[in-house]
Design a protein around this ligand. Structure first.
Ligand SMILES: Cc1cc2nc3c(=O)[nH]c(=O)nc-3n(C[C@H](O)[C@H](O)[C@H](O)COP(=O)(O)O)c2cc1C
Length: 186
């Protein structure tokens, strides 16, 4: 089975990451390798009612963000890529600078050097020029920068409609095209 790495970091919008885990899991297409940063755990407790263990159960493998010795630290471990959702500015900066002091940043750096798919779902507003420059450099290196900006052509009725549509579009970026995604028809 193909493998995908998912990183949750401490930006607002952890619900996107949780929902992405649900959708990928129910597709039965990918083995999920999950890392949740310490700040993401804090945001999960502040923004959701979802216990951490229930989130971790959605993945096939869960790693500590401090565990640099895990398999996903190595390019020899073949994956289809990595999605960081939500992606904090701190993690964005770490990845751009190859400042590999934690597993999320190291795994993303490996995905970039191996020229695999890296999708960074940045969440901050407004951006200053430094944020934009980090994103520019990451784009040059082949990452997809996917700010968590909702779409409305799907006529959402509730927050979960907005979240789901964004998650399906994130998955499009990594070649996971699912039927439930609402496609704009003009
Ligand atoms: C409730 C809450 C919301 C936050 N929202 C954001 C955000 O939207 N974007 C961001 O870059 N940082 C945000 N932060 C700050 C990050 O959590 C902080 O920079 C942290 O060091 C990121 O660490 P990580 O990238 O290792 O998860 C938020 C923090 C809290 C407590």
């Amino acid at each position: 089975m193909k493998k995908i790495i998912v990183g949750l970091t401490g930006a607002s919008g952890v619900v996107y990451g949780i929902r992405l885990l649900d959708i990928v899991r129910s597709s039965n297409l990918f083995e999920i390798h999950l890392i949740i940063s310490e700040s993401a755990k804090k945001v999960i407790s502040l923004e959701t009612n979802c216990p951490l263990n229930q989130i971790e159960e959605k993945a096939d493998f869960v790693y500590s963000n401090q565990d640099q010795s895990s398999v996903i630290s190595s390019g020899s471990f073949i994956t289809s890529g990595m999605i960081v959702v939500p992606c904090s500015i701190k993690t964005l900066s770490g990845i751009e600078n190859s400042y590999n002091d934690c597993l999320i940043v190291r795994a993303a750096d490996v995905v970039l050097k191996e020229k695999r798919n890296l999708v960074l779902c940045v969440r901050e507003t407004p951006f200053h020029l430094g944020h934009i420059k980090l994103m520019e450099e990451l784009l040059k290196r082949g990452a997809v920068v996917f700010p968590l900006i909702p779409s409305f052509y799907n006529k959402p009725n509730c927050i979960s409609d907005i979240v789901d549509q964004t998650v399906y579009r994130i998955l499009d970026q990594i070649g996971i095209f699912l039927e439930n995604s609402i496609r704009y028809k003009g």
